[in-house]
Design a protein around this ligand. Structure first.
Ligand code: AMP
Length: 218
């Protein structure tokens, strides 16, 4: 069973690696943000209280997250493993998750931390482009994520545009906040011997995927 936790600062390529791993190992990619949004979409009492927390920018309670997560990872499509994205967010959740794994008799799995330098992460963010028609995303700084033809979508041939959701200051704040909030978590998993660090640097998505596979096949 391959149960994997991805810890990655903004722009480290977590989305791309999640997709590659999910396809190659046939395991689902579970984002706790998405689990919460699905619960909100049901329009029931639990969803309404989750929505209030999310709108205030607060973390949703550990109790709610644990219930949703337990339901999700015990689903039939998780029997060969899964990739967790956005969870655990802090040590308390990591401890709760460890207990949950014990209780379910699941493997402790692996934790992969994608380490990226802040300046490089910023440059990569600025170089992201997307297709407004089909949603494909590209990156001009990553060799195997460039469109084949300049500014044209490989898939649907529409004109690409910059993804300008982050200004430089907002990005730096988001990056530093992430690093500060995950420092303890990284130390915790390091001490448990579960942490594998992958340096993103200027490697291509495929080169990073090769390193991820090495960790998973060990
Ligand atoms: P995300 O999609 O990961 O950016 O998460 C969006 C929002 O969902 C966060 O701002 C939190 O309010 C909530 N959320 C996602 N994951 C967690 C988690 N592990 N623990 C608590 N709240 C979470």
């Amino acid at each position: 069973m391959k149960n994997i936790i991805f810890i990655a600062p903004p722009a480290a390529g977590k989305g791309t690696q999640s997709k590659l791993v999910s396809e190659a190992y046939n395991i689902p990619h579970i984002s706790t943000g998405d689990l919460l949004r699905d619960e909100i979409a049901k329009g029931e009492a639990l969803g309404i209280s989750i929505k209030e927390d999310m709108e205030k920018g607060n973390l949703v309670s550990d109790e709610v997250i644990t219930t949703l997560l337990r339901n999700r990872i015990t689903s039939p499509d998780c029997q060969n493993g899964y990739i967790l994205d956005g969870y655990p967010r802090n040590i308390n959740q990591a401890k709760i998750y460890n207990q949950l794994l014990d209780e379910l008799n699941y493997d402790k799995g692996v934790v992969i931390f994608f380490d990226i330098d802040r300046d490089l992460a910023l440059k990569r963010t600025i170089s992201r482009i997307i297709c407004p028609n089909c949603g494909s995303s590209y990156n001009l700084l990553v060799a195997d994520l460039k469109p084949k033809e300049d500014n044209i979508c490989d898939r649907c041939h529409h004109q690409l545009k910059t993804r300008s959701d982050d200004t430089e200051e907002v990005f730096i704040h988001r990056f530093d906040t992430y690093i500060n909030s995950t420092k303890e978590l990284i130390d915790y998993y390091n001490e448990l011997g579960l942490l594998h660090k992958i340096e993103v640097g200027t490697k291509s998505a495929n080169e990073i995927f090769e390193e991820v596979k090495k960790v998973l096949n060990d």
